[in-house]
Design a protein around this ligand. Sequence first.
Ligand code: 7PJ
Length: 276
Amino acid sequence: MNISHGSKILDLSTPKVMGILNVTPDSFSDGGRFNQLESAMKQVQKMIVDGADIIDIGGESTRPGAALVTEDEELSRVIPIIEAIRRESDVWISIDTSKAKIMQEAVNVGADLINDVRALSQDNALAVAAKCDVPVCLMHMQGQPKNMQQSPSYQNLVTEIKAFFDERLIACRNAGIKEKNIIVDPGFGFGKTMDNNFSLLKHFNDFSTLGYPLLAGLSRKSMFDHLLGLKVNDRLAPSLTGALLCAQQGASIIRVHDVKETADMLKILNTVTQAH
Ligand code: 7PJ
């Protein structure tokens, strides 16, 4: 399997690393747009050196309880950094957004992939994603970030998430989005209890029957805090463990904060996979 954008191809025969770049005001301590751009670029350069195949840029916080941001605010956060990366590198750039306008503008200035935690459910998102003709990651979420962790509930977790994808895949097809551009992600932490998250981890491979590349995002998520009592910056070991469990069950893209450690781990996995 692979994904492509124009003449660019990302080979998914081994799992690839998506490095996270948050450009929300709370993600940089120093004020001022220029300083933010400079520190963001340093972080991007480091992620590339460390082995990131894709840089995922998000200007809207989707953490539980996070406030919404306006379109103009989100544009002003993400567009300059996409332009700056594109001037320096041909690394894959992913735009983490649910807004059609942001998707379009981001792709116009060089983004290669749309990563939408709302699976193209917002106004015009399906049409714009079809027009952009880039790979799109459809993520499952129950509820919305504001309330998703209040009382998540499922009869059958995997079956319901698969049914959600079936519905979104029909919507994508009807909008003219190509099959080859679709990636799916069960959405760890998005409207899921701790038990739900660990069931997803156990049954991650069940989603491979959908027939699309799978993306897994569990880096530093609070499911590990609930189990281990670890602060967000102390969750490297469980994040790597989760990434490994997903990679072994067929994840093609692993979305992480800790690029170097994840790339090292995947190198071990690939070597073992290819060993006699
Ligand atoms: C995910 C994401 C994820 C995809 C975020 C966080 C919250 N996109 N964006 N999958 N999570 N595709 O990183 O804790 O799991 S933001």
